[in-house]
Design a protein around this ligand. Structure first.
Ligand code: 3PG
Length: 212
């Protein structure tokens, strides 16, 4: 396993659930990340779906003790580079392109690339990837589908994301080929809008308790 894969795995193993955040208002980034870290969720994926995202990554990376800031929804090399420059310690993509693989090869910061089919997983294995995001998890076939990949594609680990919540996270976490899950449910829009950071810490702590 490469050093970058080791680094990525050590981040993903910090917690059973990686929060996936869509940050509209950069002012919420630091208190939201602090609330998640207080509940035990240190690795935090901030998606590049808003104009505030890069600034949010920078703020979390610089100001939130204990947080491991990562970038999600990275679709091309320019976004990869911008996310790394902002302080991302890991990069997540919903799928995989050659441009992204090349960007990852040129960077010290590891990529968690997206895959949803056996062929996509096999293609990534040929590029040297042992750890992938399974996306969109529920919609693509859920835990039963992912379980069925564990024997033919043994040795590949996944972070399933998409449609996962407290009620079905264990179905994935109990699989031998799952290292953690991703989800937005720990940071609901209404709690963020209200600034209910204690409520978010509670959701994060519930998610963290899925460990083990
Ligand atoms: C997303 O697409 O936003 C992420 O994969 C998270 O999915 P979720 O909102 O279903 O948790």
């Amino acid at each position: 396993m490469s050093k970058k894969t080791d680094t990525l795995l050590s981040v993903l193993k910090l917690q059973p659930v990686v929060p996936v955040l869509i940050i509209e208002d950069v002012a919420t980034a630091v208190p939201l990340a602090r609330a998640l870290v207080a509940g035990g969720l240190k690795a935090i994926e901030i998606t590049l779906r808003t104009t505030a995202a890069l600034e949010a990554i920078r703020a979390v990376a610089n100001e939130v003790e204990g947080a491991v800031a990562g970038a999600g929804t990275i679709l091309n090399a320019a976004q990869y580079q911008a996310a790394v420059e902002a302080g991302s310690q890991f990069i997540v993509s919903p799928g995989t392109t050659q441009e992204l693989i090349d960007a990852a090869n040129d960077s010290d910061i590891p990529l968690l690339p997206g895959a949803a089919t056996a062929s996509e997983v096999m293609g990534l294995r040929e590029e040297g990837y042992d750890v992938m995001k399974f996306f969109p998890a529920e919609q693509a076939g859920g835990a039963a589908y992912l379980k069925s990949l564990s024997s033919p594609l043994a040795g590949t680990l996944f972070c399933p994301t998409g449609g996962i919540s407290l009620s079905n996270a264990r179905d994935y976490l109990s699989l031998p080929n799952v290292v953690c899950v991703g989800g937005s449910w720990v940071a609901p829009k209404d709690l963020v809008a209200k600034g209910d950071w204690a409520g978010i810490t509670k959701l994060a702590a519930e998610a963290f308790a899925l460990k083990g």
